[in-house]
Design a protein around this ligand. Sequence first.
Ligand code: HEC
Length: 247
Amino acid sequence: MRISLSFRLAIALFCGAPAAMAQPQLPAGPGKAVVEQSCLGCHEPIRIINAGYNRQDWQNVIHMMLNVGAPVPPDQVVVLTDYLVANFPEKPKPAPSLLGGSARVEIKEWVVPTAGSRPHDPLAYPDGSIWYTGHMANLLGRLDPRTGKITEYHPDTPSSGPHGLVADQDGNIWFTGNFAGYIGKFDPKTGKFIDYPLPDPNARQTMSSGTRTMRVAISAGSIPRRARRRSSPRRGGRIRRPTASSI
Ligand code: HEC
């Protein structure tokens, strides 16, 4: 069906106008300029306006953003924190669903060494340790739950945003370098990292799972893609981007 240009234009105007008018604004206040200068290079205002945290959690978010390079002048951190805490407080939690009977739950927490590292995706390793990625601090972490000791390992590629992770049958940790468009392999026995650049250097946002064949879903923006590679690849191995029918 052919649609005339003027009709299409009318649709575009009709769809676009209310959205543009509805854009919420950052409230006035002493920290507004700091947000505009330090945060809007990477985020739309709505990302901050829709957030809601208590003071401690805002401090953690600010640490994360500083770790990824938010240009907050050191003498403005307190002004920024006060502005965010005052204007975007924690939102009420959903009401619980109460179940009959008794239940016993134990939750133990370990504080990771690097503030604002945004620990991601705990992975239970066969030796009883727990591995995780520190998305915002370019690290892999290993927790020994028996002793509480946490060790951090930094990939050679700076600011690479380690995200999802899996272990293979040889004990290597594979992870997605979410900010730098690569898949990394870490050998805990040697402490060495190897990078496998993705065919599309702009590929971002990841999730991984795997057994013998490792599959990694990657999306650039909102477009999901998949790369598949055989396990135990040699250095410099190739990452294929298969078509939907070959997955
Ligand atoms: C250099 C880019 C960059 C800058 C500058 C930046 N951020 Fe972020 N921010 C990120 C990234 C990357 C994420 C994680 C995105 C994701 O996982 O979806 C994020 C996530 C967030 C989140 C969600 C946190 C969560 O746990 O889900 C909030 C809130 C946020 N940023 C607020 C801010 C504020 C406030 C500032 C200014 C002080 C700021 N950001 C500056 C890159 C940036």
